[in-house]
Unconditional design. Structure first.
Length: 418
């Protein structure tokens, strides 16, 4: 796909620097942990009380929220092409795209899909539905067509467990919440990357007002746990929503490296980390189920570029990597100074998280210029809802960038001709 890059003089200078860096460094550097201690929680801290307070969102003109619609059945036909597209794009809906998007990443962390002892106030709930509808309208008005959305997060809602802690199925609210969410995504022409689990799923367990948060390391660490989670939780979702035109991909886990003992950096809250071999086995089985039953793309939200090669050979359809300011000084972590081709991956690479605002490295426009010109296949700023350090995207800046790159980012509605 021949797409002209939107140039500015600062971008030219940075691109020259990138070329010089790549020429000097050659192949991607070997994974080495940085010498400084990073902020491991690039995901905003999960709110433990029910329900979490709503946070502010990026501002744009929106139509009035509409009432909940009746759930509609997913299309039985797969809309996913056989290959994910050339470098710098992901193929979907009849084209090859730079996936311009945002991390939603949730309205209520871990409670958007399913219920628990705190209540069932996921997307099917009229108040939540109205908020998500308005948020999706705002995102569409900003010119993005991809949204990254957390599903089960730390396991606090939606999954039913037996007395030993093994999953036995989905609760009664998961399907109504998904039906409502996918209806909204379709209404606003937003494709979804649905994040099945957050690495907080493996945090040490704690209980808040009758709800267990985290504490599920044994599920990932044992064959019986993996069987139960994949067969009784994931498979029913994949089968019900197979080939749904609003679902681009299912993400196995957000930033698993913070819970892997021998190929990551274990967070203090993880008392029972898993090995890379164990997690790869779980991820490989999940990817296989996504391809077989969901007929969608599969990815993993890698926390740092130095760990990307850990996920090679799993059959991912596109790789995903995250970037924050603390990484910039280190050659093994500095995605901002690295072109996608220098990482030697066999599939397209999307920047799944980077600062929406308040970054000391670059502003939103410059980040998007760098990722786009550097051969990345998409960029999803963190985040739409202002829940942490990184703020929300500047509406005029994001809309202006989207308009300037419309041939590359304006994904048509499902079934529409280009």
């Amino acid at each position: 796909m021949n797409i002209a890059v939107y140039h500015r003089w600062p971008l030219v200078v940075m691109l020259v620097a990138l070329v010089l860096i790549e020429a000097a460094c050659g192949a991607a550097p070997a994974p080495v942990a940085p010498t400084a201690t990073p902020n491991l929680a690039s995901t905003p801290a999960a709110t433990a009380t029910s329900p979490p307070a709503a946070t502010s969102a990026a501002t744009a003109t929106i139509p009035p929220a509409q009432p909940p619609v009746a759930p509609t059945a997913a299309s039985p036909a797969s809309v996913v092409p056989a290959t994910p597209g050339p470098a710098g794009t992901v193929s979907w809906r009849g084209g090859a795209w730079f996936l311009l998007g945002l991390n939603y990443p949730y309205y209520h962390y871990g409670n958007d899909f399913g219920g628990n002892a705190w209540g069932a106030y996921g997307v099917h709930d009229p108040a939540t539905y109205a908020t998500v509808d308005a948020d999706f309208a705002r995102m569409a008005a900003l010119g993005v067509h991809m949204v990254r959305w957390f599903v089960f997060a730390d396991g606090r809602a939606g999954i039913v467990y037996d007395e030993t802690g093994l999953p036995t199925g989905l609760d009664q609210w998961v399907f109504p919440d998904f039906d409502a969410a996918l209806a909204l995504a379709t209404r606003h022409n937003l494709g979804l990357d649905l994040v099945l689990l957050d690495y907080r799923f493996l945090w040490n367990a704690r209980t808040d007002n009758g709800v267990q948060l985290g504490g599920h390391a044994s599920i990932i660490a044992t064959p019986a746990g993996q069987d139960a989670l994949i067969n009784k939780v994931f498979e029913p979702l994949f089968q019900r929503y197979a080939g749904h035109p609003a679902i681009l991909s299912w993400e196995v886990m957000n930033e698993p490296e913070w819970a892997i003992s021998d190929a990551g950096r274990v967070a203090n809250e993880v008392g029972q980390p898993v090995t890379l071999a164990t997690f790869r086995a779980f991820a490989g089985r999940t990817v296989e189920a996504i391809h077989r039953s969901a007929r969608a793309y599969a990815t993993i939200g890698c926390a740092d570029m130095k760990w990307l090669q850990n996920w090679a050979g799993l059959g991912l359809d596109y790789y995903q990597v995250h970037y924050y300011d603390w990484m910039q000084p280190y050659s093994t972590d500095n995605l901002f100074g690295t072109r996608a081709a220098a990482l030697h991956l066999d599939r397209p690479l999307v920047v799944g998280e980077f600062p929406a605002a308040h970054s000391k490295v670059a502003d939103l426009h410059t980040y998007l210029d760098i990722w786009y010109a550097g051969g990345y296949a998409g960029a999803w700023a963190w985040s739409f809802r202002d829940g942490d350090t990184w703020g929300t995207p500047d509406p005029a800046m994001l809309r202006g960038w989207a308009d300037a790159h419309a041939p590359a980012v304006a994904i048509p509605p499902a079934g529409a001709s280009r």
